[in-house]
Design a protein around this ligand. Sequence first.
Ligand code: FDA
Length: 394
Amino acid sequence: MEARVDVAVIGGGAAGLMCARVAGARGLRVLVLEGANRVGKKILMSGGGRCNFTNTGTAPENFLSANPHFCKSALARYTPWQFLELVERHRIAWHEKELGQLFCDESSKLIVRMLLDECARAGVRIETQCGIERVEVQDDGAFAIDGRFGRVVAGKLVVASGGLSIPSMGASGFGHALARQFGHALQPTRAGLVPLTLSGRHLERLGDLSGVALPVAATCNGQTFRNAMLLTHRGVSGPAILQISSYWQPGDPLQLDLLPGRDALALLQRWQRERPAAELRTLLGEVMPKRFAQRLCEHWLASRPMRRYLPAELQAMAATLREWPLVASGTEGYRTAEVTLGGVDTGEVSSSSFESRRVPGLYFVGEVLDVTGWLGGYNFQWAWASAHAAGEAL
Ligand code: FDA
């Protein structure tokens, strides 16, 4: 292949396809170079196969970045309602789960199909299995992209190659390496929205409870998420843990409120008054999974009939139930992480056009940038919004 185009987009994921569609619709000749054997693999596997494609509550506060202001402009200019309008125009049935999360009724495939239809209508050309070997800026400012496919020369280049999560799905550090090649700084990367692992006696105490789930409020570094926790054979997962994992780093204290929304001390005092002969573990087993309550009483709280606790002991137990210390040893890493924290530093990228301030004509969109959303459709909304902004500015 020997091609000359206005815009080459590296990566045919959520951001790449959205950007290509918007730029193509403006009359630009756009070529998407996808490394994997098909586009949109992460969209396909997202949301348990139903793609949680946006969140109606999307706000800048739902994102982590070294520069929390960077995401504001794009999010304001392309809202969840605009993406929803696109979804509805393609007659894709959807539903809202809890907390503003919108999912397809049927399948994530419909979102990929929608993006492909939009790209086709906009005249976008898409090539898969493009192993890119080299990208250089020519004397005329255009980008020469070489690979097994031959040479593509593009007036502008959009890097939409995503983060490092799930390498088996095509994730690569390509975008980060390219940014570095062009002199861009990177914020350190690590796995986000990822299960936490336990080790040593912590794993011994909890590992065999794999499959047990309970509501918690997980707190770390000033952030709290109230949702379910799931015990796994390696540690802990579930939405509350995935969310807080993005705020946790090895060594950071992590506390769980095991009775979220309830006043633990008032509950213990009530039990002491109303059911003085009942054992703590029995009563706890009425408000949380029995096996978990049992384990708590074996290792963290001494179970006795309620009448035998002193007021100070009730207070100490309430504190443990409110701020149960979870000692995680690490995360499951990129193998299972939904996102990559860190990435291309936003300091040298325009927050309105997404163009590099170092290299004219070079753009970064989506997860390759140092902007990471919470669990719940925020990451796709970032992909759509950043890509839409770039697509209009190209
Ligand atoms: P994305 O990863 O989508 O696309 C990058 C593309 O670039 C890929 O197609 C990749 O193959 C390609 N590529 C990589 N290297 C390349 C190279 N060298 N050359 C050419 N192409 C290259 N978010 C959300 O909001 N709701 C959800 O329900 C979920 N669910 C979910 C489940 C799972 C299992 C995962 C792993 C992730 C999610 N996410 C999510 C996160 C969401 O998938 C993610 O944030 C977006 O896909 C990011 O969009 P991008 O386009 O930036 O990267």
